[in-house]
Unconditional design. Structure first.
Length: 138
């Protein structure tokens, strides 16, 4: 099972979502930024690395908010760990995606997300997943 990490990046009650390009697997689907955990890499370190590579930010990784296991029809299985990110340094740069957008919690279900993300998207939109936590000053 492939280990994957993703960030729920929240700023001013908006959530950052990213759209895959036409050339990636599952083209044009929306997702939360992140990626594969490399061998011998801790999930939090992998997420920090992925956010730097994909968006050019240095994120303070917050609490894990969900773990999702999903088997795609092609036989690929993933275990996704989602972490809350409320603080980061740098400006968001779109380095690999077709599009990146800040959207409200209620707008999330209107986007065509990856299958593995759909349940989490629904829970976030309903408010059953808490996206606030203790914030420390910068």
């Amino acid at each position: 099972m492939k280990q994957v990490v993703a960030a729920i990046i929240v700023r001013d009650e908006q959530i950052l979502i990213c759209q895959r390009t036409r050339h990636q697997p599952m083209p044009l689907k929306w997702e939360f930024p992140g990626g594969k955990v490399e061998p011998k890499e801790q999930p939090v370190d992998a997420l920090r690395r992925e956010l730097d590579e994909e968006l050019g930010i240095h994120a303070k990784i917050g609490p894990q908010v969900a773990v999702v296991q999903h088997a795609y029809g092609n036989g690929t299985s993933v275990e996704l760990r989602f972490y809350l990110v409320q603080q980061f340094e740098g400006e968001i740069q779109n380095r690999i995606f077709r599009d990146v957008r800040w959207v409200s919690r209620k707008e999330l279900p209107t986007y065509d997300f990856l299958e593995a993300d759909v349940g989490l998207v629904r829970d976030i939109a309903k408010g059953t997943i808490e996206l606030t936590g203790p914030r420390s000053p910068k």
